[in-house]
Design a protein around this ligand. Sequence first.
Ligand code: PLP
Length: 403
Amino acid sequence: MPPKKDLPLAKRIANLGSETAFVMAAQAAAHAAKGNKVYPFHLGDINLTTPGNIIEAAHRALQAGHTGYTPNTGIPALREALAEEMNQTRGTAYHAENVAVQPGGKPVIGKFLLALMNPGDEVLYPNPGFPIYESQITFHNGIPVPYGVQVSGDRFTFDIEQMEQAITPKTRLLIINDLHNPTGAECSPEERRRIAEFAVKNDLMVLLDEAYFDIRYDGVSASLVSEAGMAERSVILYTFSKKFAMTGWRLGAAIGPKHIIDIFATLNVNDESCTSHCTQYAGLEALTGDQQGAQDILTRLEKRRNLATELLNSMEGVHCVRPNTTFYLYPEVTEAMANKGYTDYSEFLAAILQQTGVSMCARSHFGTPAATEQRKYLRLAYSGIDAEMIEEGLEKLKKFLAS
Ligand code: PLP
């Protein structure tokens, strides 16, 4: 018998947001279904295959019978390899007990809040930023308190002053996405120190979303966890999705103080039981096996970044910072939008999609813009589109903006 029509949904569902890049994906798919060519710059998925050695490791695991449940926090070898990876790259002193394997990086966000946030607690988070932060804070009855990102010379930086001014007695948690989606913002050593001092002084627990730590084209990434007083108060979100082109495998981890990781373990028991067994063996190979595949992915992405940035900067009314990290571009289009007579992002994006086939996101997909924000931005992901398509699509966009 079907449920009664007026059966009420849980009230908390009204507080749940979404990842609005998926909404753009639906619009692009509808446009393509009408026989149009689409240039997909909207979603941070990767159109490169997972390196062969990782796929083979998953096959071998299945054939060896690794098909049952694993411990809730993951197979010991993968937990050890992740602790070792952190220690090598971030100078920490983690052990396997500091690691809880997760089905992707994303689940770390909600579980971090469930473990540490009480209803009414205030959580500082980046806006523009990954939309799941705000959605999960609100869903679990916390109060999201945004801080911004600003242009400083030829790079984006986090607005630390705004962070500092937003502190109240209720502020309990801080979310940092250094190597930032959507802008590519990255802290300088001085900014990392300042944020760490701020977190320690205000006794905040910190989620370090380091999804893009290994997607960088020059230099070496550094983590806030290496700063004094941070390892004790931070949980790192690690993911295999980006570095190893494993978005659909769903493999990540929470790494942090043991007493918090023990809570993640209990949440895992109550939720997914464990992450897919053979996938964990694939992750072990990704961390400990041949790294050529990951290097090749980066080389391909860097070419795309260079091409897309150059083309965007050749467009009328567009200025694009070229970030050294992530696979996103966040061009300023204030003048381009005004030239074409648009003030509304969704109308501008719809016109671009209809007339050029280029599908993108805008600043508005990454949190509600503050009333004081004057400048307009788009966000392009170049992880899911080949160089030829980048060139073809952006040439069409250039013509559209000039017309
Ligand atoms: N954090 C940020 C900033 C992201 O951009 C993403 C994915 O786009 C994630 C976390 C989650 O990635 P996954 O769940 O695939 O590990």
